[in-house]
Design a protein. Structure first.
Length: 250
C-alpha cells in the first residue's frame, strides 16, 4: 500500500497480474490509486455510475468540455450526462491519453501473432482489452454492449499532420495516478499493452489498485475550480448525489 497512508484508511490493495483485469466499486470521495509496477504502460480504464451503469465515461465530452486530450492532475473524467465520475488528484506519470481506445482480438493477432487460447496457454495467452472488459462487466450484469472508448493510463499518443496516431514513449516503472470518485463509480481495468505499443513482443505488466478513504474536496479544490465548465459539471454531480441520497432515505 502507499507508504503515506495509515492502515485504517485502506479499503483494498490488490495486484492485477499482467494481462488480467480488475473491477471494483469506488465509493464517493474515496480514491483509486493505479500504479504501473513495471513501467509497461499497460492499463486501459472504463468507468460507470455504479448506481446507474447506463451513465458511463464519455471520451468526446471529456476532451471537448476541457479542451484537452491528455488528462493529468486537475482534470476530470466526465460521464455522458455531464457529471464527474473521477477527478485526477495526483499523477506522476505525465498523462493519460483519450484517443486510441483499447485492443481487440484482431489487433492483438495483427501485431503479435496468434497467442493461443486459455485452453492452450492458460495465463500466458495474449489477452486483450475487449475480452477483459466483457469478462469484468459480466460480473456486474453488463455485457459487450456497454463497452465504450476507454482511457489509456500511463500512455501518450501524438497526432501527425495526416491524422495518424503515433505512440510516444514515456513509460516509467512505479508511476501512479490517483482518481477520486465523485459518485459511487464502477471501475474496470485491463492490464494489457496499449493498442499502438510499437513493441513486436507482447509484454504486459502488472498493475496495483489501491483504494482508500480520502478527505472530501474543499471549496477551493483544484479539480472543482479549474474552469466554469468544471464547476457546472460538479454542480450537476452534487445535485444528482443529493437526489440519490434523498431517494435512498425515503
Amino acid at each position: 500500500m502507499p507508504d503515506d497512508l495509515p492502515d485504517n484508511l485502506i479499503l483494498s490493495d490488490e495486484t492485477i497480474p499482467a494481462g488480467a483485469y480488475w473491477t471494483g466499486v469506488i465509493p464517493r470521495w474515496s480514491t483509486l490509486r493505479i500504479t504501473d509496477v513495471d513501467g509497461a504502460g499497460a492499463a486501459a480504464l472504463l468507468a460507470y455510475n455504479a448506481e446507474q451503469p447506463s451513465e458511463r465515461y464519455n471520451a468526446p465530452d471529456t476532451t471537448k468540455v476541457q479542451n484537452m486530450v491528455f488528462l493529468t492532475e486537475g482534470w476530470l473524467l466526465l460521464s455522458d450526462l455531464g457529471r464527474v465520475l473521477f477527478s485526477i488528484t495526483a499523477d506522476t506519470s505525465g498523462g493519460q491519453e483519450t484517443l486510441a481506445g483499447g485492443t481487440t482480438p484482431a489487433t492483438v493477432v495483427d501485431r503479435y501473432g496468434d497467442g493461443g487460447t486459455y485452453l492452450k496457454r492458460r495465463n500466458q495467452r495474449y489477452s486483450n482489452d475487449r475480452d477483459n472488459f466483457v469478462a469484468a462487466l459480466g460480473r456486474h450484469g453488463l455485457d459487450q454492449r456497454d463497452i465504450v472508448p476507454n482511457v489509456n493510463l500511463f500512455a501518450r499518443v501524438e497526432v501527425d499532420d495526416d491524422g495518424g496516431m503515433r505512440f510516444v514513449e514515456t513509460r516509467r516503472a512505479g508511476c501512479h495516478v490517483d482518481l477520486r470518485a465523485e459518485m459511487n463509480v464502477l471501475a474496470v481495468l485491463s492490464a494489457t499493452p496499449h493498442v499502438l505499443d510499437p513493441s513486436p513482443v507482447w509484454r504486459p505488466g502488472p498493475l496495483r489498485a489501491t483504494v482508500w478513504r480520502s478527505p472530501p474536496p474543499t471549496a477551493s479544490d483544484r479539480c472543482r475550480t479549474r474552469s466554469d465548465e468544471a464547476r457546472r459539471a460538479f454542480d450537476n454531480t452534487d445535485a444528482y448525489w443529493s437526489r440519490w441520497q434523498a431517494r435512498g432515505a425515503a
